[in-house]
Design a protein around this ligand. Structure first.
Ligand code: SF4
Length: 62
C-alpha cells in the first residue's frame, strides 16, 4: 500500500513527522513522505498517522 501526503491539504502540523519519522519528513514546513518510503502504507504506525492527521492530508491506497 502506498502512502502519500496531499500538499494542498497539509497545513504543517508536524504530527505525522513526530509519529513516524522514518516515513514522514517536513519539507518547507509541510509534511511529506520521505523518498523511497512510499511503500509503507501497511505499517500500523503509518495508518495511525493517516487517521490522526488533523487535515486528512495523508492517503493510503494501492
Ligand atoms: S499530520 Fe497531516 S497536516 Fe500535519 S504535517 Fe502531517 S500531513 Fe500535514
Amino acid at each position: 500500500m502506498k502512502v502519500s501526503v496531499d500538499p494542498n491539504r497539509c497545513y504543517g502540523s508536524g504530527d505525522c513527522v513526530y509519529r513516524v519519522p522514518s516515513v514522514f519528513t517536513a519539507e518547507g514546513g509541510f509534511g511529506a513522505v520521505i523518498p523511497g518510503r512510499e511503500d509503507t502504507g501497511d505499517d500500523p504506525e503509518v495508518r495511525a498517522a493517516a487517521e490522526g492527521c488533523p487535515s486528512q492530508a495523508i492517503t493510503i491506497a494501492d
